[in-house]
Design a protein around this ligand. Structure first.
Ligand code: XUL
Ligand code: CO
Length: 440
């Protein structure tokens, strides 16, 4: 069997002192943390579009990344080579999951029929490679943004014929998800938004988006596809305004259309920061509503301010993320999908391994720090004390819905000015640093 990464063998855990760039320093798959193995907690996934299909091209320049799997002249041969290279990559890296868009694994044909036939061919190969390796599909999705037909949106396109085309792509991908045993299905509204309100009937477009999602729910039910449906918020880019702006907006949208029981959220760090939120914020909002389903694990460059999709190395980010994830009892059936790409100057194929290894180590460290913080109860104890006035008396009456303005006024008149209480932000930040730095 042809090898696409002949110089790399299965990546091993060598521990914190290792200087080997192709070894894990923190991520030790079988090591138990808080009752589960790291592998079970972290559920890592590789993003096919970046890792296998990324070329390094950007709006200013051409492809820079030489890849052994995109050399064949025939596009279907290229697709097959890419799929085989992908499974070599997943197994050498030691991840259990991957994610793809329809057009990542099979090139679009001249017609919908031809595109579907091409997809079928690659899906049967993917099914075989999944069975051979044990690597599973974390989620699949339809690319409803690259083709020119989607320039004005997909489910929110003013042309119903485009809506129908988008629906048929999703219909097919729900069938593909069922065939490949996907545990989740993602909707990222690539061009569901607007560039100017002058040409946009916003209310009608939102109604159409809700109708589209309702039909997807119905079709999945009809064919027996039980994957968790996920919406991935993003505030802008490529459109000026995307309807799925952030976690709060998506939750409000789902609730107002009665769809909230059918969807959870796939939160992406770089999308949260584009919305002027922290990663931790959007994770917390989703989790607080019981709707944090999965994570696109990456990070942006706050000085650049666009979606740079870098590999996550920021240990505060991973520790805060794992605090939320452990706090809700884990992510399954979701996972941590590296929606991240190597920089266009990182031209060595082994850079793909190095990038994923660093990100997996960063999340493994975040997991350990978060587990220790939770185990020691420092933050929890502080929170309990901070809100203790709601555990009894007038506070308990507020929470139980038994207080009214008259009773509250009587309380305020009787007790006078409340005592100032410190929020202790600096102390808490220092505690987090102690745990981050003190880990062996
Ligand atoms: C784009 C993005 C997508 C989705 C899947 O910013 O994050 O790759 O994750 O369509
Ligand atoms: Co993403």
């Amino acid at each position: 069997m042809k090898q696409y990464f002949p110089s790399v063998s299965a990546v091993k855990y060598e521990g914190p002192q290792s200087r080997n760039p192709l070894a894990f320093k923190r991520y030790n798959a079988a090591e138990k943390v808080a009752g589960k193995t790291m592998r079970e907690h972290l559920r890592f996934s590789v993003a096919y579009w970046h890792t296998m299909k990324g070329t390094g091209s950007d709006p200013f320049g051409a492809a820079t990344l030489p890849r052994g799997w995109n050399r064949a002249a025939d596009p279907m041969q290229q697709a097959e080579d890419t799929l085989r290279a992908a499974f070599e990559f997943f197994t050498k890296l030691g991840v259990d999951y991957y994610c793809f868009h329809d057009r990542d694994i099979a090139p679009e044909g001249e017609s919908l029929r031809e595109s579907n036939a091409r997809l079928d061919r690659m899906v049967s190969l993917a099914k075989k490679l999944q069975a051979d390796t044990g690597v599973g599909l974390l989620w699949n999705t339809a690319n409803l943004f690259s083709h020119p037909r989607y320039a004005n949106g997909a489910a929110t396109n003013p042309d119903a014929a485009v809506f129908a085309h988008a629906a048929s792509q999703v219909k097919k991908m729900l069938e593909v998800g069922l065939e490949l045993g996907a545990t989740n299905y993602v909707f990222w509204g690539g061009r569901e938004g607007y560039d100017t309100l002058l040409n946009t009937d916003l209310k009608r477009e939102l109604d159409h988006l809700a109708a589209f999602l309702r039909m997807a729910v119905d079709y999945a039910k009809k064919i027996g596809f039980k994957a968790q449906f996920l919406i991935e918020p993003k505030p802008k880019e490529p459109t000026k305004h995307q309807y799925d702006f952030d976690a709060g907006t998506v939750i409000g949208f789902l609730k107002s259309y009665g769809l909230d029981g059918h969807f959870k959220l796939n939160i992406e760090n770089n999308h949260a920061t584009l919305a002027a939120h922290t990663f931790q914020h959007d994770l917390t909002v989703a989790s607080a509503h019981g709707m944090l389903g999965s994570v696109d694990a990456n990070q942006g460059d706050l000085l650049l301010g666009w979606d740079t999709d870098q590999f996550p190395t920021d240990l505060y980010g991973t520790a805060y993320a794992m605090l939320v994830i452990l706090g809700q009892g884990g992510l399954a059936p979701g996972g941590l999908n590296f929606d991240a790409k190597v920089r266009r100057a990182s031209v060595d194929p082994e850079d793909l391994f190095i990038a994923h290894i660093g990100a997996m180590d960063a999340f493994a460290h975040g997991l350990k720090v978060a587990a220790r913080l939770i185990d020691d109860g420092v933050l929890r104890d502080f929170l309990e004390r901070r809100y203790a006035s709601y555990d009894a008396g007038i506070g308990a009456a507020i929470e139980a819905g038994k207080a009214d303005f008259a009773a509250l006024e009587a309380h305020a008149l009787e007790h006078g000015e409340p005592e100032p209480r410190s929020g202790k932000q600096e102390m808490l930040e220092n505690i987090v640093n102690q745990y981050l730095l003190g880990m062996q």
